[in-house]
Ligand binder design. Structure first.
Ligand SMILES: C[S@@+](CC[C@H](N)C(=O)[O-])C[C@H]1O[C@@H](n2cnc3c(N)ncnc32)[C@H](O)[C@@H]1O
Length: 284
């Protein structure tokens, strides 16, 4: 119980240290909510579907080298490396457990020559200007302190003509503005999700930030209908799945039981978006 409350006070890496490898998949270690397109879909398929959706938005079929910011256990990188055999992938992540495990998995899959997963923050990249054809971030940018710093860095390291694609969580637009209860709920859920409040802005502000940085061809698409409802229905089913629950550590089991109940409130509070944008071919 004490551990659950500690989550409210620490950053994203503590959240992921807490969860450890007690994840949703049977075959993968994905940590995203998935893109659900059928009622019989497994979590592993839905999570990979989301990675595929993002890879297509980033036009990875045209890319020689991509940067992945917040790669988790590296599942999406191994998937993209297999789907796009000429693609080279660099990744940055702040959670040590993820870095070590993802690197070992990439090596075991024989992909180390094309997939290089490093420790580092998406907000302070060690790469030179104009290097990557694409920058992607799969369900991680809401954690970054701040998302805006990451967007600036992504612009810097992208080649002219390069493409950014982000699967991200932002607040829903509430007509007439949020009431006190909704504001409190947002703060509590954000703390639980390790989201700094500065990242809690509308899609309009997201677009403005991208435009100010210099991005063009900006698209922000809500896919929440294919994410939250089916994901929480999967979570509710898992709660009754004794085999799944028994493989979790007791504290994570408690945490999962806790997050499976307020799903409708989350639906009212958060949107789930795929954001894509381009660095202009010629820029001042
Ligand atoms: C929800 S998980 C998603 C992981 C993976 N993309 C997936 O879909 O399975 C978020 C990831 O972002 C990473 N992360 C959080 N803050 C970060 C930062 N500032 N820079 C790089 N990675 C970060 C976490 O360590 C975690 O691996």
């Amino acid at each position: 119980m004490k551990n659950v409350f500690l989550l409210f006070r620490r950053g994203a890496n503590s959240t992921y240290d807490f969860i450890g490898e007690d994840v949703w998949g049977d075959e993968s270690l994905y940590l995203n909510l998935g893109y659900w397109t059928g009622s019989s879909m497994s979590y592993d398929q839905a999570a990979q579907n989301l990675a595929d959706y993002l890879g297509c938005s980033a036009q990875l079929h045209n890319a020689k080298e991509v940067l992945d910011a917040g790669y988790g256990f590296g599942d999406q990188d191994m998937f993209w490396a297999k789907k796009y055999p000429k693609l080279k992938i660099k990744g940055v992540n702040v959670t040590q457990l993820h870095v070590h495990r993802a690197r070992a998995r990439v090596e075991a899959a024989g992909l180390s020559d094309r997939v290089d997963l490093m420790q580092g923050s998406a907000t302070e990249l060690s790469f030179e200007h104009n290097r990557f054809d694409s920058v992607v971030s799969l369900e991680a940018a809401f954690h970054f302190v701040t998302r805006k710093d990451f967007l600036n860095e992504a612009f810097r390291v992208l080649k002219p003509g390069g493409r950014l694609a982000v699967a991200d969580v932002i607040p829903c637009k509430i007509p007439g503005g949020a009431n006190l209860m909704q504001k409190v709920r947002m703060r509590v859920l954000s703390a639980l999700l390790s989201t700094p409040n500065v990242n809690n802005h509308s899609s309009e502000e997201y677009r403005e930030q991208l435009e100010k940085i210099g991005f063009v061809d900006i698209k922000i698409e809500s896919i929440k209908a294919n994410v939250y409802k089916p994901f929480f229905s999967f979570v509710r089913n898992q709660k009754n799945n004794a085999q799944f629950m028994s493989r979790l550590s007791p504290r994570v089991r408690y945490f999962y039981k806790m997050i499976s109940s307020p799903s409708d409130k989350i639906l009212e509070t958060f949107d789930y978006v795929i954001v894509s944008a381009c660095k202009p071919e010629v820029f001042a």
